[in-house]
Ligand binder design. Structure first.
Ligand SMILES: [Ca+2]
Length: 78
């Protein structure tokens, strides 16, 4: 299954599958357009789509509330 689909009338490229930065950072699409003439004329272009990483597994901190410590706490023990 392709990650990308293109509307054959508008030419709009849209996402058709799940992206993963770690698997594929750069997506290179070779696009060909043609008319309905006789003979048919066509042209091609390359579209490069770069996936931007996001923090998918953000660390979660438990609510530990306020912390108190005595002023004579031992260094390295408290
Ligand atoms: Ca990922």
């Amino acid at each position: 299954m392709s990650l990308w689909q293109i509307d054959d009338k508008t030419g709009i490229i849209s996402l058709a599958g799940g992206l993963d930065y770690e698997t594929q950072k750069i997506n290179t699409l070779e696009i060909e357009a043609s008319d309905r003439g006789h003979p048919t004329r066509s042209s091609t272009c390359t579209v490069i789509i770069t996936v931007v990483p996001v923090n998918e597994f953000e660390p979660i901190f438990k609510d530990i509330g306020p912390v108190t410590i005595p002023e004579d706490a031992i260094i390295g023990k408290a």
